[in-house]
Design a protein around this ligand. Structure first.
Ligand code: SF4
Length: 337
């Protein structure tokens, strides 16, 4: 628990600016509900390849309910149910699941699937595909696995000079869905300086949730002495929110998984605290942060909204099929977020 921090009435009032939109996106919501519904209909254990979404709290709760998280499919018993995470998988993983006769449920976010389709389409047309993204991230591995002979990963602007293409007129850039919009555009500008005929993806690869959360934090960063970003360290969109807050005027910014990670010294001299959360973070974790700050003396909370979100995705088709066969409701249903 944070100590109560004595106030100084000669200073401006203490307050919290709560960025909105924040927290769960449609793809995360769908993936988490998919595991919950799979556990209910098939019974535990249900295996999940990789973390279903990059959040420690969510993974721990699903584990308690009977989900078993594995790194690779050879850890899953033959014939068992396995859920593919929201970040997507390469075709080789789908083939391995078939070979091991696993009952696969694909919870890949439809917005990641869209990028997979783009990669396949451009590879079929024999383009060199420059995939802007973080090497080693599951999503990037999945997307590049669609066309390994055509994809080169470009991590950031500093890697542009190393790129070699066969035909500059037949080169396209795609991106991971959860990057910093601004840094990605800097990478694209550098690429375009080298390859003026570089083709852009037909629509934004960085997803609506990532870009909405970045716009929301930009809007409050300069007014915040301290920004707290709730989310896990392996969550790309969470980490980008810290970068964006610092780039747009926050005096300091820290990522935390849980309220108890707030260090009392971060609050010294702070009047305004900006708060946001990554796309895989349930509301309860932000509520706990707000409660801890209220106890320490920051009780005035203003939500600052830059957009509304109402997108939802239907559950994976394999699950809808089995739910329907069991006479169960096939929608996302009411659930705790
Ligand atoms: Fe889908 Fe974007 Fe959410 Fe990732 S962050 S799961 S791409 S909506």
């Amino acid at each position: 628990m944070l100590p109560v921090i004595a106030d100084d009435d000669s200073l401006p009032p203490r307050r919290v600016l709560l960025a909105a939109p924040r927290g769960y996106c449609a793809g995360v919501d769908r993936a988490v509900v998919a595991v919950q519904r799979a556990l209910k209909i098939y019974g535990a254990p249900v295996y999940v390849r990789k973390q279903i979404v990059h959040n420690r709290h969510v993974v721990a709760e699903l584990e308690q309910d009977g989900a078993v998280f594995v790194e690779e499919l050879d850890e899953v018993p033959v014939g068992a149910h396995v859920v593919f995470s929201a970040h997507g998988v390469a075709p080789s993983v789908v083939a391995e699941a078939e070979q091991r006769e696993l009952q696969a449920i694909d919870a890949t976010c439809p917005l990641v699937t869209k990028v997979h389709r783009e990669a396949k389409r451009y590879a079929k047309q024999d383009y060199d595909i420059l995939l802007i993204g973080h090497r080693g991230h599951e999503e990037v591995e999945g997307t590049s696995g669609e066309a390994p002979d055509h994809v080169q990963i470009v991590n950031d602007p500093s890697e542009v000079d190393k790129v070699v293409v066969r035909d500059p007129a037949k080169t396209v850039w795609l991106s991971q869905t959860t990057l910093s919009v601004d840094e990605t555009m800097r990478t694209v500008e550098r690429l375009r300086e080298r390859f003026p005929e570089l083709v852009s993806p037909p629509s934004d690869d960085i997803c609506y949730a990532t870009s909405n959360r970045q716009i929301a934090i930009k809007n409050i960063a300069a007014r915040s002495d301290l920004v707290l970003v709730v989310g896990s360290s392996n969550s790309s969109n969470t980490m980008r929110l810290v970068d964006v807050a610092l780039d747009h005027g926050a005096r300091t910014a820290h990522r935390i998984d849980f309220a108890h990670e707030i260090e009392p010294e971060w609050l010294a001299g702070v009047r305004t605290i900006g708060i946001t959360s990554g796309a895989s973070v349930p509301d309860v974790l932000v509520d706990e942060v707000l409660a801890a700050l209220a106890e320490a003396g920051w009780r005035d909370v203003e939500e600052v909204r830059t957009d509304e979100e109402d997108l939802t995705f239907s559950l994976p088709k394999e699950l809808r099929r089995d739910l329907a066969a069991a006479g169960e409701e096939t929608g996302l249903g009411g659930h705790d977020r």
